[in-house]
Design a protein around this ligand. Structure first.
Ligand code: CMC
Length: 432
């Protein structure tokens, strides 16, 4: 990356004629970026961009998205290649450290992460404080934040080694906590992690095994779960990742930052969309009700969940891989799900109807992931939790990158104030 001295954008105040030049900063890929950090100091003006449609909030080397071309790269590697040829542990290493691991590095990383899969025994009492019908995302917000109360020896964020241990702990413990949240909601005993199993396999084991009998994880499901984890692992500066970075910029501990990310992910416009997709398909109920539903979308009564994306305006490359995986899992399991038929018909209509075509509303990753997860036996309330398990890798990688940046300062957006100006205080008895 180079800070180009020659290329600038000039800002002109139309009333005074005053002019300022702002330098262009170019990355390796993506649009040129105007560095406006000095704007307020030089002009006394702010910029307004409430949903960050034109604002790069940071420099990052981790993930690149070209929304128009439907490209997603992690550290330069195409998501399709990673999903087809790699595995989640390797992708986690790549995101965290920047390169694909050698065999030795891979084994060591896998060992380190696996070593941290158990959670402090006392943590299970936190679960018991929740109602059985608590949403597992509510539980996750609480227990992940609570990890900071258990792992004091890795809370010094100025120490790179402690940061690394926290990162490994978070990647390792999220599946354990997620499986505990699931088991708690269905009234079954918690199943301890098994370090002889792979990451996805161990997770499925903790979710679906019971202590009373042996349980063998289906390799097809383990592979599909691994793929789901890869496809959700990182997505540059989305809402939850930006939340993690902003929380981290105040030097909050990593467990608190990831808990903040989980809270942000929960919303239906973000990670909660996979749950919302299934609920939408269930609400539609049958294919003959689709036209009425589509009309409701066009009348803007509700949105077609699992469609559209802030950045992808062509197709979501994750959705392409997820669709293939979805077909494979359903075929292997012999699942004939009527909801799937509704989903396919919705997809067909949305890809041909001018309303959706003009607005570039394509199926996103969450459209298919919900269908696979349902076929695997997860209740809809667990879908976003699975997203959180996977995205934790992206969150900790982005947090680590930010903490390693020497110029890291607290994030502090400004605002355009539109409230009342100067008002005189009137005592209570004299107010009308
Ligand atoms: N269904 C129907 N219309 C839509 C949808 C949708 N899913 N998404 C956008 N639109 C319309 C919207 O009404 C607007 O139309 P008009 O120009 O007539 O006012 C236009 O498309 C642009 O919408 P927008 O709200 O400005 O788009 P955005 O970039 O702010 O929103 C989004 C992106 C993902 C929040 C949105 O597409 C959405 O709500 N999708 C459904 C929820 C979803 O599937 N989210 C998961 C995203 S992928 C995984 C993740 O990031 O977590």
């Amino acid at each position: 990356m180079s800070d180009s001295k020659e290329k600038t954008y000039t800002l002109i105040n139309n009333q005074t004629g005053a002019k300022w030049d702002f330098p262009v900063v170019e990355g390796t890929l993506g649009p040129e970026t105007i560095d406006i950090r000095a704007l307020y100091e030089e002009t006394g003006a702010f910029t307004l961009d409430p949903s960050f449609t034109s604002t790069a909030s940071c420099k990052s080397r981790i993930t690149f998205i070209d929304g128009d071309k439907g490209i997603l790269l992690h550290r330069g590697y195409n998501i399709k290649d990673l999903a087809e040829k790699s595995n989640f542990m390797e992708v986690a290493y790549l995101l965290l450290y920047g390169d694909l691991p050698s065999r030795e590095q891979y084994e060591e990383f896998r060992k380190n992460v696996t070593y941290h899969t158990m959670v402090h025994e006392q943590l299970q009492f936190f679960f018991r404080g929740f109602r059985r019908d608590a949403h597992p995302m509510a539980i996750m917000c609480g227990v992940v934040g609570a990890l900071a109360a258990f792992y004091h020896d890795s809370l010094d964020i100025t120490d790179p080694k402690q940061r690394e241990i926290s990162a490994h702990r978070l990647i390792a413990k999220l599946p354990t906590l997620a499986a505990m949240a699931f088991k708690y909601s269905i009234g079954q005993p918690f199943v301890y992690p098994r370090n002889d199993l792979g990451f996805a396999e161990n997770f499925l084991h903790m979710c679906f095994a019971v202590p009373a009998e042996p349980y063998k994880v289906s390799p097809v499901l383990a592979e599909a779960m691994d793929k789901i984890l890869i496809l959700h692992a990182d997505h540059e500066q989305n809402a939850s990742t930006s939340t993690v970075r902003l929380a981290g910029s105040s030097q909050a501990n990593p467990f608190a930052c990831i808990a903040a990310g989980i809270a942000s992910l929960w919303g239906p416009a973000h990670g909660g969309a996979n749950q919302a997709v299934l609920e939408m398909l269930e609400e539609i109920g049958s294919k003959d009700r689709i036209p009425e539903f589509i009309q409701g979308v066009k009348d803007k009564k509700y949105r077609l969940m699992g469609f559209g994306h802030r950045v992808y305006k062509n197709f979501d490359p994750r959705a392409t891989v997820m669709k293939e995986s979805c077909d494979k899992v359903l075929a292997e399991l012999g699942v004939k799900d009527p909801l799937l038929e509704i989903a396919m018909e919705l997809e067909r209509i949305a890809l041909s109807d001018p309303y959706f075509v003009e607005r570039k509303l394509y199926p996103n990753v969450d459209f298919y992931s919900g269908i696979i997860l349902k076929a695997m036996g997860f209740p809809v309330s667990m879908f976003t939790v699975l997203f959180a398990v996977s995205r934790t890798v992206g969150w900790v990688s982005q947090w680590k990158e930010m903490m390693e940046e020497p110029s890291n300062r607290i994030g502090r957006p400004r605002q355009l104030y539109t409230g009342a100006a100067d008002r005189d205080y009137v005592v209570l008895d004299k107010r009308k």
